[in-house]
Design a protein. Structure first.
Length: 220
């Protein structure tokens, strides 16, 4: 019995060590080790990118095969760039695309205000309204797309946002935000469906979607 328990604990310890190595290194040769641990633990974690920028090629590939797409972002700059451009131009035609961005019109001490304060601590270029202006520009862009493509829906939320989620019916990409760094510098986790991390990503999105409101930005 003791040997059996020791074997289980050894396996869990090895899984934890490999996951930490993957997070630190984020190199492709280690992805297969992460995937093996994922199968043993049921987490669904298949890859770890050291920075979310490294995941863009794989995100573009998965968007091209998706039946539906859900995006929860803290700023949304990536939505207006190359990775998502085939989606907005009509080259891709998923059944539905749901986009959630922070509410720039929320009164009082909103989550966006608090995130802006964090950014100003390590990035002096961020004036009090810069983050809101960036989100507004991205919302205006997606709102224009949504008017031309009925399957695209944009909503806004005012909830604590701890991570970016890009999810499809096949997989999810999660980037956890830090209070001392831009999201683009944070590790990005790739979780396959089905799996624990994939379920967590969808739960995070669905909770924000349920408590969101239709974008109130007027048409230009």
């Amino acid at each position: 019995m003791t040997a059996f328990l020791f074997g289980i604990l050894s396996s869990l310890a090895a899984s934890a060590i490999i996951l930490v190595i993957g997070l630190v290194r984020g190199s492709r040769p280690l992805w297969w080790l992460v995937a093996v641990c994922s199968r043993l633990t049921g987490t669904g974690l298949a890859r770890v990118y050291r920075q979310q920028l490294s995941a863009e090629g794989d995100i573009a590939r998965d968007l091209g095969r998706a039946r539906w797409i859900k995006v929860l972002a803290g700023r949304g700059n990536k939505l207006t760039r190359e990775v998502f451009s085939p989606l907005w131009s009509g080259e891709l035609s998923p059944e539905s695309v749901q986009v959630l961005l922070p509410d720039t019109l929320a009164p009082g001490d909103s989550w966006l205000d608090r995130r802006s304060q964090d950014l100003r601590l390590f990035d002096p270029g961020f004036t009090p309204d810069l983050l809101k202006n960036q989100v507004r520009a991205n919302m205006d862009y997606i709102a224009q797309v949504a008017r031309a493509q009925p399957h695209v829906e944009l909503r806004s939320f005012n909830l604590p946002n701890t991570c970016r989620v890009i999810a499809t019916d096949r997989a999810a990409y999660l980037t956890f935000y830090s209070s001392s760094s831009h999201g683009r510098n944070s590790p990005c986790l790739y979780a396959r469906a089905p799996g624990l991390l994939y379920s967590i990503a969808l739960q995070q999105f669905d909770a924000a979607w349920t408590n969101s409101s239709s974008s109130s930005h007027p048409a230009p």
